[in-house]
Design a protein. Sequence first.
Length: 97
Amino acid sequence: MERKDYQRYSREFKLEAVNLAVLGERPKAQIARELGIRVNQLRNWWLEFEAEELTGAPKRTAVQEEDLAKLRRDNARLREENELLKKAAIYFARGSA
């Protein structure tokens, strides 16, 4: 059996799929089949959106987590560089006086 490539779906697509499932006019399996996704995926999206409603904030994706970690590392490095520059400025200010 050949494995499908991983596909990312937009938030709008996920919301529309969950809305179709919530309406309950058709079975969830049929909706998932028509959209080309698994029923479990539809269920997971549903649970994610329910959790968002309860907490009021969307869950971060892996890409967003990586970006946040990179930004934090960059911020820490820049703070260290800033402290070093402050110390250098003090040193050179003392030498010229």
